[in-house]
Design a protein around this ligand. Structure first.
Ligand code: FE2
Ligand code: FE2
Length: 219
């Protein structure tokens, strides 16, 4: 199939799975324990630093200028998100300066992404798919903030972070249109996207079981 057909197909497949991450279908938007905006923002710091790091690793690993600058743009945005979230945490009473979100090491999704060796897989997994997941998770988090009465955090996500993540997904789309032109490339991209979604579902399931977390924001 053409790259256009492939990307349309992959988007449809991704969206079918992402519906399962949607709280309206399977997850009840409930708060358990001390599930607070503050604690969820600490999870967000880890997601943002991992997204910054993986985009940075990939930007130095390619000679393709368009790909390099797409990862550079993403890395800069994720670092900006990190700072904005850290600033918001300080307003909420938590000083993130002495906090290392990577103290426990990188997570399973980061490790999987870091294992990918071709640009088409990286773009399919790290931008096209992961950023689509981020958009869904951020929508859930915005609802959570609204219910918690935290308009400032809700607005930060609604006006800045969520639109940036949507743009990262679009960067992935335009690169996939350029790169997913052969059956081999399309198959590799499809596999990487599927694995990313599976890991995201597993992680969300684990977060739900161990910490009651439904709404951790994505990046
Ligand atoms: Fe992002
Ligand atoms: Fe981000």
């Amino acid at each position: 199939m053409t790259a256009e057909e492939f990307v349309r197909d992959l988007e449809a497949q991704n969206q079918a799975v992402l519906k399962r991450l949607d709280p309206d279908s399977t997850l009840k938007p409930e708060v358990q324990g001390d599930l607070t905006v503050l604690n969820l923002l600490k999870v967000a710091l880890k997601n943002e630093i991992e997204a910054t790091e993986i985009a940075s690793r990939w930007l130095v690993a390619t000679d393709d200028v368009e790909v390099k600058m797409a990862f550079a743009r993403q890395a800069g945005d994720e670092a900006k998100h990190y700072r904005m979230i850290a600033d918001r945490l300080r307003e909420l009473g938590f000083d993130a300066r002495g906090f290392d979100p990577l103290a426990q090491g990188f997570g399973p999704l980061f490790k999987y992404l870091d294992s990918l060796e071709t640009t088409v897989e990286r773009v399919a997994a790290g931008q096209f798919t992961r950023e689509a997941i981020a958009v869904v998770k951020n929508r859930q988090f915005i609802e959570f903030c609204d219910r918690a009465g935290d308009q400032i955090t809700a607005t930060l996500y609604r006006d800045v972070i969520e639109p940036d993540e949507r743009f990262h997904h679009q960067l992935g789309r335009s690169l996939l249109l350029k790169l997913a032109t052969t059956p081999e490339a399309q198959e590799a991209a499809r596999r990487a996207a599927a694995r990313t979604l599976t890991l995201a579902e597993e992680l969300q399931g684990a977060a739900l079981r161990t910490a009651g977390i439904h709404h951790a924001p994505g990046c």
